[in-house]
Design a binder for this molecule. Structure first.
Ligand code: NAP
Length: 246
């Protein structure tokens, strides 16, 4: 895939899936605008991209804040004039049984995982409409499709991302813009490394492929949805989960 000349924003790009996506887009020639709440690790990702002769810019921003999304997008548009790809990947968990879930845990997860997608999509969409071209990929989750004990907040946010994806896909389909989601299963990243080993083993037993996925395995699906080959695909959810949900 040749992404030369493509300008792309990846949120949550400091580590895990977002980092893998950013590195791969840069490898394919895209300029990558790395957004994350943690700046130090973001600088390391940018250094890695530049060391491999790729193009990267870094923005420390909280995706849950509209003013920060506006700041990032205005700066990018000032420089490169256009935004071709947006990958809404930043996400958090704050797990608890509903009975014990604090309002702050609900709000924090919805604000990052769902409002963050709204903030960045709304902010880039005018530019994409003007260019009559754009690709948005939102990272949802298997949990948004099947639910999970202790994750009412997270599953609601990720199901919300799917509804958002389909609605926006319908709104902008005639403008050359596609909007899709990728729903990962259990992937080896800092988000899942803290799970107790017994819980991890339970998931491995449940997954038909008997292993967690890698960030790179999510990246392949994202890359395809961003490519010209996927031009006629919009409003879809690609499941990448080792067969855990069919
Ligand atoms: P991760 O390793 O925790 O990386 C997420 C990144 O997003 C972190 O760098 C995080 O920074 C950043 N972030 C958090 N809040 C932010 C905010 N308000 N603004 C900007 N950046 C923020 O997670 P991951 O596993 O790579 O997950 C990436 C995406 O895939 C998430 O949307 C997640 O829900 C989804 N997903 C993951 C899995 C999995 O098994 N790993 C499965 C399904 C879906 P901090 O570390 O400082 O919070």
């Amino acid at each position: 895939m040749d992404f030369q000349g493509r300008s792309s924003i990846v949120t949550g790009a400091s580590q895990g899936i977002g980092k893998a996506i950013a590195l791969e887009l840069a490898r394919e020639g895209a300029e990558v605008i790395l957004v994350d709440i943690q700046k130090e690790k973001l600088d390391e990702v940018a250094d890695e991209i530049r060391a491999n002769k790729g193009k990267a810019a870094v923005f420390r921003a909280d995706v849950s804040r509209m003013d920060e999304a506006v700041r990032v997008v205005e700066e990018v548009v000032k420089g490169s004039k256009k935004i071709d790809f947006l990958v809404n990947n930043a996400g958090i968990t704050k797990d608890n049984l509903l009975m014990r879930m604090k309002e702050e845990e609900w709000d924090a997860v919805l604000n990052v995982n769902l409002k963050g997608v709204f903030n960045f999509s709304k902010t880039v969409i005018r530019n994409m409409i003007n260019n009559r071209y754009g690709r948005i990929v939102n990272i949802s989750s298997i949990v948004g499709l099947i639910g999970n004990v202790g994750q009412c907040n997270y599953s609601a946010s990720k199901a919300g991302v799917i509804g958002f994806t389909k609605s926006l896909a319908r709104e902008v389909a005639s403008r050359g813009i596609t909007v899709n989601a990728v729903a990962p299963g259990y992937i080896d990243t800092p988000m899942t490394e803290g799970l107790p080993e017994a819980v991890k083993q339970q998931f491995r037993d449940w997954i038909p492929m008997k292993r967690f996925g890698t960030p790179e395995e999510i990246t392949h699906a994202v890359k395809f949805l961003l490519s010209d080959e996927a031009a006629y695909i919009t409003g879809q959810v690609i499941n990448v989960n080792g067969g855990m949900f069919m």
